[in-house]
Design a protein around this ligand. Structure first.
Ligand code: PLP
Length: 473
């Protein structure tokens, strides 16, 4: 059966998976969603229980990527989820911390953060579809750390793809800088911009706003609203469910350190497909725009002065770019109401669903939320080390902290580990007084030769740099 995709705002012609794979926003400004969620009935769920990660990923993804040849998709999945890339054939192992509390390890990929799980697949999907259609893609992105490196490690060496990644010069951690700048693949261009992350993002937006340039040089992005990324993340909710239950009658809750709402949205989708999930805990840091919504019904995006730099920087967001997809479901998929809410958001910076029928019925989606402060995360890192003899990073600590409020007897709580502590060493030193454990693959990373181009925040220079290295259409 063919699954088609529509826009949350209702004004896009329905499209296939391959057609939306390389795109960003829908033409009407909305986000692309499947027309309906594929349903996994009890018998199918039972038959998936024994599958390994690759087979399970194929089952889930083949329900979304219905216009990709099944044998090709299977080969792409097999090539992506290898023990070599992810440390073991489990890909996303689950460990028990104590009875009823589990850690889902998602950060054993090449850049040691959960984004690799989706991004590595995306790299292979892009290469496949571009070759099939004889197209090129030049990915232009801005990063303050994790996303950029995950994209580069996913797209390095891929045919018909180049990556131009802007980062704020001197403002990433030594480790993050080394991770990106030590890549020397000829299709990867690291550009260190004299400025802050917002300057990088503004440059990317300005290039994308120049439609003639964008078309001529086949400029694209790989940001967190990419549908294939969300779909790839659905897989590990199923995997973890099977790991902590012995039969499909039980319910499981998940706690998810959240920023742009991509990861927890994948949990919502797994639940909509029929996975027996009790609660989805949306864990935020001091940048609590999502927590505020789930507590009060008011969604208020933050300005720059209200967006804090925290010890869990990958969750430092002023608005959550994937949130629109959840609100679409909350509004029973009414595109007109959704569009009017987002119009209000653009004009007034907020909307309020408090007292509405939909917000009152929020419980039917299982979403709850909470926030951690820096001191909570440090205390959680210490407690995890003492009680469970593990070292967790600040993002994972956020999820562990908030999860404690929502544990229920008889319902296993699975906390998503989103990064390895070596990426955020300062917090580990603060909490434990030691250096974080360092995986073999990144031994001596900071000493490797680095390759990058310094550039002022100048649109003309950037365009020239890109144009000189691309093949114009
Ligand atoms: C991206 C990221 C998050 C937040 O995930 P979203 O999908 O944006 O909600 C949390 N932790 C780490 C380490 C990340 O890199």
């Amino acid at each position: 059966m063919n699954l088609s995709y529509v826009s949350t705002r209702g004004a896009m012609e329905s499209a296939s998976f391959s057609e939306i794979l390389l795109g960003g926003l829908a033409p009407d400004g909305g986000l692309v969603v499947p027309r309906e969620y594929p349903q996994v009935d009890a018998a199918t769920l039972e038959s998936w229980r024994g599958l390994d990660y690759r087979a399970l990923a194929f089952e889930v993804l083949s329900r979304y990527a219905t216009d990709i040849d099944r044998a090709d998709l299977r080969a792409l999945v097999d090539r992506t989820y290898t023990a070599q890339a992810f440390g073991s054939d489990e890909i996303t192992p689950v460990v028990e911390l104590e009875p009823g509390l589990h850690l889902l390890r998602l950060s054993n990929g090449p850049t040691l953060a959960f984004k690799d799980i989706a991004m590595q697949l995306l790299g292979n999907l892009f290469e496949y579809v571009l070759a099939r259609e004889g197209r090129q893609l030049n990915v232009l992105g801005a990063t303050s750390g994790d996303t950029g490196s995950a994209a580069e490690y996913a797209l390095r060496g891929k045919r018909n793809v180049r990556v131009f990644m802007l980062s704020p010069d001197g403002r990433m951690s030594r480790f993050q800088r080394a991770q990106m700048y030590s890549l020397h693949d000829p299709n990867i261009f690291n550009i260190a911009i004299a400025g802050v992350f917002d300057d990088c993002q503004d440059l990317v937006k300005a290039v994308s706003a120049d439609l003639a340039f964008k078309t001529r040089y086949s400029i694209g992005t790989v940001n967190s609203i990419n549908w294939a990324r969300v779909a790839a993340q659905v897989v590990y909710y199923f995997k973890a469910y099977f790991a902590v239950t012995s039969e499909n009658s039980g319910k499981v809750s998940f706690s998810v350190p959240s920023g742009n709402f991509g990861d927890v949205l994948a949990g919502h989708i797994a639940r909509m497909m029929g996975l027996p999930i009790a609660r989805l805990v949306v864990a935020t840091n001091e940048n609590d725009v999502l927590d505020e919504f789930f507590r009060t019904g008011s969604y208020r995006v933050r300005g720059a002065s209200e967006t804090f730099e925290t010890s869990s920087p990958s969750m430092d967001i002023s608005k959550a770019s994937n949130f629109e997809r959840f609100i679409f479901d909350l509004l029973d998929r009414d595109p007109d109401r959704l569009a009017s809410l987002w119009l209000r958001l653009e004009r007034e910076g907020s909307f309020d669903l408090a007292g509405s029928v939909e917000f009152t019925a929020l419980a039917r989606f299982g979403m709850v939320s909470g926030t951690s402060r820096h001191a909570d995360r440090i205390a959680t890192i210490r407690a995890a080390s003492e009680r469970y003899s593990i070292v967790v990073d600040t993002h994972t600590a956020d999820g562990l902290h908030v999860a404690q409020q929502y544990r229920e007897p008889g319902v296993p709580m699975v906390c998503l580990e989103t990064a390895q502590p070596v990426k955020f060493a300062a917090a580990i030193r603060e909490a434990l007084g030691v250096e974080p454990p360092r995986p073999e693959a990144v031994a001596g990373l900071e000493e490797r030769a680095q390759l990058f181009t310094r550039m002022p925040a100048d649109l003309r220079l950037l365009k020239r740099f890109v144009a000189e290295r691309c093949v114009a259409a």
